[in-house]
Design a protein around this ligand. Structure first.
Ligand SMILES: NC(=O)c1ccc[n+]([C@@H]2O[C@H](COP(=O)([O-])OP(=O)(O)OC[C@H]3O[C@@H](n4cnc5c(N)ncnc54)[C@H](OP(=O)(O)O)[C@@H]3O)[C@@H](O)[C@H]2O)c1
Length: 268
């Protein structure tokens, strides 16, 4: 297995969704690699809990933000840039899932999912890109999902938000390639985090349940280790998880059979 050979010591990594799950484990992974870290999400207490768990706390700076405040994100990027003087890697891990059928989901809840997962990620990335380009380059990683490659029951707005990220960032990649900006789309399958507990139902209330898929999924630490490796190897798109990741090829080569399978599949 290829070792992580990038020297992260003088690198600044900005991670959203850092208060929980995959983002939290990414903080620990990059902290172990001696990177300087900016950690973001809404809940400052949880961000400080994560900082306190780090080995090199001096290298960790808390910057709280709400991805729904799209107009504020350009200023948050300016703040992030000022903290260590540069940002080399932005990992957009913050996100919210859905547990409700399309016809039972209020349009404002669908818009909220799009605002957090898509517009928030876009605005934050566009905020930091001019600084990265001026610094000679960098990487923007986006934690998408297998739901960015196909859709299933009770995930319509979530799958839409993740598909939109692929369209946007695949296009952006072609525009910023010659500025030494690398774009990495990471698609996890089932990962054991609080994502299903925090997922929104049709009226905006949290689902509040640990679903079977997540319960039996890959650990968040295992997922974070795979993400660090994929970013180090400058992968444009990767699928991380268990056998569910095979679904991407199933859909590509047997779309009708895949569609029939999904209609019958138990989805949690
Ligand atoms: N776990 C899975 O099975 C799985 C599978 C595929 C993809 N993913 C993706 O992986 C990413 C991380 O999810 P996770 O599994 O780690 O779930 P998680 O444990 O629920 O973490 C979600 C993170 O997003 C942050 N967040 C939510 N709303 C926000 C907002 N409005 N503004 C800023 N931050 C916000 C949360 O922090 P605060 O509450 O402090 O704001 C939290 O840190 C998400 O993009 C998710 O779609 C997860």
């Amino acid at each position: 297995m290829k070792m992580i050979d990038t020297d992260m010591k003088n690198k600044v990594v900005w991670i959203t969704g850092a208060s929980s799950g995959i983002g939290e484990e990414l903080v620990y992974a990059y902290n172990k690699l001696d990177a300087k870290l900016i950690i973001s999400s809404r809940n400052r207490d949880e961000l400080f809990r994560v900082k306190n768990n780090c080995k090199n706390q001096i290298n960790v700076h808390v910057l709280s933000l709400d991805l729904r405040d799209t107009e504020q994100l350009e200023y948050k990027a300016k703040e992030a840039q000022k903290i260590f003087g540069h940002v080399d890697l932005l990992i957009n891990s913050a996100g919210v899932s859905q547990r409700s059928r399309a016809m039972d989901t209020a349009i404002n809840i669908e818009q909220e999912i799009m605002n957090i997962n898509f517009w928030g990620t876009v605005a934050l990335s566009k905020g930091i890109l001019p600084y990265m380009m001026a610094n000679g380059g960098g990487t923007v990683a986006i934690i998408s999902s297998l739901m960015g490659k196909f859709g299933t029951r009770q995930r319509s707005a979530y799958a839409a938000s993740k598909h939109a990220l692929h369209g946007y960032f695949d296009s952006l990649r072609t525009e910023v390639f010659d500025k030494n900006i690398h774009i990495s789309l990471i698609c996890p399958g089932f990962i054991k985090t609080n994502i299903s507990l925090n997922a929104l139902t049709g009226n905006g209330h949290p689902h509040g349940l640990m679903d079977e898929g997540q319960e039996n999924g890959m650990s968040a630490a295992g997922c974070a280790a795979e993400i660090v490796k994929a970013i180090d190897q400058k992968k444009e798109e990767v699928y991380i998880g268990g056998k569910e990741t095979k679904a991407v090829l199933f859909k590509r080569f047997f779309p009708a059979r895949f569609s029939a399978y999904l209609r019958k599949a138990k989805v949690t």
